[in-house]
Design a protein around this ligand. Structure first.
Ligand code: 6CM
Length: 258
């Protein structure tokens, strides 16, 4: 490359990010792409059997009743539209460990057991016990990603966080009082901007975020189906409302993070 002063410097490719060299990278990259394409499909497009089980304003939650070996593993798909926040902001607060205790009400403990990269962490969490089942824990990688917008469509990039259960030699499953649950979760966010007609700068009044949240949780061991379904029916709407209000509150006096 020729610089202004006439000197030349060799063009070297940027270093490979740490995450791309990690043992989990292929799985992470593959799963993120798969989960995002599934999340982009509407409930009508991604198979039959989706039943609406909760609705509140713009928020709609669907589930498909499924069992494996008598255990409830109902896939969940939720859509929501929230004003005043961006997809990048939602994903930032969902991914970052420092905020998790603020919004995650089922949480008892949380720790980062490995930092793979700035955008990829491995978490170990314990959740509050729900009577009469044993307490649950989970161990999962979590990956935050910007999804560049297709060249021919307008608007900001999409953002996603995908969480997926994994293993770690230092944290074996089912050795203590907890039963390990297995989860795959995808939060996908698309920001829409409606610029002011008079050319004024874009404010939070001009932005809307379309959210899709998909989750499949296997309880990992015996848990009564009726209790589990009742817990999900109560907890998922509570989570999505609480989490989105939390992000609105956290960002209201901050500059917009696109
Ligand atoms: O996606 C959510 N949270 C993320 C960060 O914590 C992450 C965690 C997922 C764990 C989901 C499991 C919750 C279930 C806990 C209760 C287990 C009871 C089992 C026994 C019942 C008889 O992806 C938000 C998760 C919101 C869950 C309602």
């Amino acid at each position: 490359e020729r610089l202004k002063n006439g000197k030349t410097i060799p063009i070297t490719p940027p270093p490979t990010s740490a995450v791309a060299q990690h043992r989990l990278w292929k799985e992470i990259d593959h799963l993120v792409k798969q989960e995002v394409s599934m999340a982009r499909l509407g409930v009508g497009e991604c198979g039959t059997g989706w039943q609406l089980f909760a609705e509140d304003g713009e928020m709609k939650m669907y589930r498909r009743e499924e069992e494996i070996d008598g255990m409830v593993v109902d896939p969940l798909k939720a859509v929501h539209v929230v004003k005043g926040i961006t997809g990048h902001e939602l994903c930032h607060y969902f991914f970052s460990p420092q905020y998790r205790y603020d919004w995650e009400t089922t949480l008892e403990t949380m720790q980062v057991v490995e930092t793979i990269a700035d955008d990829t962490l491995i978490f170990q969490q314990t959740h509050k016990r729900i009577w009469p089942a044993s307490q649950r824990d989970c161990l999962f990688w979590s990956h935050l990603r910007r999804l560049p917008n297709d060249q021919d469509t307008e608007g900001p990039d999409m953002w996603t966080v995908v969480n997926h259960s994994t293993e770690h030699t230092d944290y074996p499953a089912n050795t203590g009082k907890c039963v390990r649950i297995f989860l795959t979760v995808c939060l996908l966010c698309q920001t829409q901007v409606d610029p002011p007609k008079d050319g004024a700068p874009i404010s939070r009044d001009n932005i809307t975020c379309k959210i899709t949240y998909c989750s499949v949780v296997n309880p990992g061991g015996w848990a009564p189906a009726s209790v589990l379904r009742a817990v999900y029916k109560r907890e998922y709407p509570k989570f999505l409302k609480r989490f989105t209000s939390y992000v609105i509150n956290q960002t209201k006096n901050k500059s917009i993070m696109f």
